[in-house]
Ligand binder design. Structure first.
Ligand code: FES
Length: 159
């Protein structure tokens, strides 16, 4: 019996024709798994390797190269919030924004709220420097934030 759901396996398999090699599907496969499971467990690494005909160590190497992926002990919350701390955002209060949000929600960067509602992290340039300071909430970039507008966006998140 598979650890990954049939739906997840099919999503990974559907990536194969889009890439020149099976190995190149490692990254999208990891993203699919993390999107659904909020982390990448060892069993998932083994099954991705099996689908892509790779050694599990190769999948694990790719996973650990990117700071983006989480192991089961550091599972993502339902929503992922990433506050930019690169230059433009830093100059326009990005670091203070992150610090204030951490203080408000009693979190350290990288932590998840006890109810699992969201994980708060820092990020490098989100490509929206003209809207500094900005924050990615899941896939949506919020710009020109203040602690108030960032908090409003956070409060609107489903739990
Ligand atoms: S520096 Fe923050 S989006 Fe570019």
């Amino acid at each position: 019996m598979s650890f990954l759901s049939e739906d997840l396996r099919q999503k990974i398999i559907a990536e194969l024709p889009k890439y020149p090699t099976k190995q190149a599907v490692t990254l999208p496969a990891l993203h699919h798994v993390q999107d659904v499971l909020r982390c990448v467990p060892l069993e998932a690494i083994k099954e991705i390797a099996e689908i892509l005909e790779l050694h599990p160590a190769e999948v694990h190497d790719t996973m650990s190269f990117y700071g983006f992926f989480r192991d089961p002990e550091h599972k993502l919350g339902k929503n992922r919030l990433q506050v930019c701390r690169s230059l433009s955002c830093m100059l326009r209060g990005g670091e203070e924004l992150l610090a204030e949000l951490c203080q408000k929600y009693h979190l350290q960067p990288g932590d998840t709220t006890p109810d699992g509602k969201f994980t708060l992290e820092f990020a490098e340039c989100l490509g929206a420097c003209e809207g500094a300071p900005c924050m990615l909430i899941n896939d949506e970039c919020h710009v020109c934030l203040t602690t108030e507008t960032a908090s409003e966006a956070i409060e609107k998140l489903s739990s």
